[in-house]
Design a protein around this ligand. Structure first.
Ligand code: PHE
Length: 452
């Protein structure tokens, strides 16, 4: 059922490295550098990290292969892909719709946080100085000022829209090639600094890698799973869509392993770097979403703008290579299925996402959610990461394992060997069961468990 005639008009990755870098660019973003350290702090360190690693390996990796298989097979957007592999009226297209909704909502708040990163480029140029409290206060000032938050959100969404209008090869691929390696090098430098030249290095390592299971909660486990999806860009069709621009001859298993590995590596490096600072300066590990914006500047006050300016530029860039994949999922549906032009689809949908993002940009607009007053940013983040992505992932996994024709799978995988059998076994039983249990556990609905 593959429909390669579409390929030429939809665009393709120029090279294999181009795909790997773009997919890695999608995976590596605020999830690794902003979110991973902060939720690890909130959920108590080592045990959370272990569950997260477990989720990446056992759930994330098989699912990434599954998404790439669907995408490359059909060369279509998430909704079209499920229809193509099943039938025109298939109920499975709802999975695609759920993904589009997730992409829409995630991008709306993602852009606000990425906006803070851009704002920090400019704050870095001026430089950070004063007491730790004063440096941390700058962050509070930024997020509680609707004017600045909306301004930077506007800048970031504008950039995202501009690149997605540019299309696959010229927009996304070209930039990923240059800036991702730079980000890696800079982060490596900062990590070595944190480990070798501060007093927090050892404590950071033990915080991250010595599990203390008494600190693990039901919500922590659900968040670890949700984060594995979020950080690998899974459960919403982003990898499916990127896979759809892939050429047939590449080995998709190797690519999925490379992307997952690099993503995890960067998250752990960011974690070590940030917690070295936290422990060195006696800061609070569970500070929440402000963690990187409040800890790293304390270090940057000493190192000067030479380090901080490039850092925030690269962070903004990492966010951009992720945000374009979020927007691409939404846009690709309107281009493929509704026959809109890329320009029209990107402007209209990007505009709607931008407007929704304003809810998250205004910190004082709060709602009652799970028993407390929270900003929209936290609500959207919690619902998409912990429920929408895992449910999207669960459905995708069941579809590939039980519904997608064997022949399509084998051809994409490249063989029927032991690796293939293993993957199908995982996708049939292990992955869906694990996701299902974790979702129930997060809802505190598992029988035989005692919840407070
Ligand atoms: N993986 C990205 C990050 O870690 C976020 C993302 C989620 C991108 C879902 C695309 C799809 O920042």
């Amino acid at each position: 059922m593959s429909d390669n005639s579409q390929t030429s008009t939809r665009g393709n990755w120029g090279t294999r490295v181009g795909f790997v870098l773009a997919a890695t660019g999608s995976a590596i973003g605020l999830g690794n550098i902003w979110k991973f350290p902060y939720i690890t702090g909130v959920y108590g360190g080592g045990a959370f990290v272990l569950v997260y690693l477990f989720c990446v390996l056992l759930i994330g990796l098989p699912l990434m292969i599954a998404e790439l298989m669907i995408g490359r097979r059909t060369q279509k957007n998430p909704v079209g892909a499920f229809k193509a592999l099943h039938h025109e009226k298939s109920i499975w297209q709802m999975t695609g719709w759920l993904g589009i909704a997730s992409g829409f909502l995630i991008l709306s708040f993602y852009s606000v946080v990425a906006g803070w990163a851009i704002a920090y480029i400019f704050k870095s140029i001026v430089g950070f100085s004063g007491t730790t409290e004063m440096i941390q206060g700058q962050f509070i000032e930024l997020v509680t000022s609707p004017k600045s938050s909306i301004l930077w959100h506007t800048v970031f969404m504008g950039l995202t829209i501009a690149i997605v209008i540019g299309g696959i090869k010229k927009g996304i691929e070209r930039w990923s090639k240059i800036l991702m390696p730079l980000l890696f090098a800079l982060l490596l430098g900062l990590m070595i600094y944190g480990l070798a030249f501060t007093h927090g290095g050892v404590q950071a390592l033990s915080f991250l890698f010595k599990p203390d299971f008494s600190k693990l909660t039901a919500e922590g486990i659900l968040s670890a799973l949700g984060h594995a999806f979020f950080t690998l860009s899974l459960g919403m069709g982003a990898m499916l869509t990127y896979g759809s621009y892939m050429k047939r001859e590449t080995n998709l298993i190797k690519d999925a392993i490379t992307v997952s590995f690099l993503d995890t590596l960067i998250a752990l490096m960011a974690g070590v770097t940030i917690f070295s600072m936290v422990f060195n300066y006696n800061l609070e590990p569970a500070a929440g979403p402000g963690l990187i914006f409040q800890t790293l500047p304390v270090l940057f006050a000493q190192t000067g703008p030479w380090i901080s300016v490039p850092f925030f530029i690269l962070l903004s860039f990492a966010a951009l290579t992720s945000s374009i994949s979020l927007l691409e999922v939404v846009v690709s549906y309107f281009i493929d299925e509704r026959k809109w032009s890329r320009m029209k689809a990107t402007l209209i949908l990007g505009g709607m996402i931008y407007l929704t993002g304003i809810l998250s940009a205004v910190a004082s607009w709060q709602v009652m959610f799970r028993g407390k007053e929270q900003g929209w940013l936290d609500v959207f983040d919690f619902v998409t990461t912990n429920y929408m992505l895992p449910i999207g992932g669960l459905l995708t996994c069941i579809f590939v394992a039980w519904v997608m024709p064997d022949k399509d799978k084998v051809e994409e995988f490249g063989s029927r060997g032991i690796m293939y059998q293993g993957l199908i076994l995982l996708l049939r039983f292990v992955t869906p069961l694990a996701v299902f249990i974790v979702i129930l556990h997060g809802l505190e609905l598992l029988p035989f468990m005692e919840y407070k």
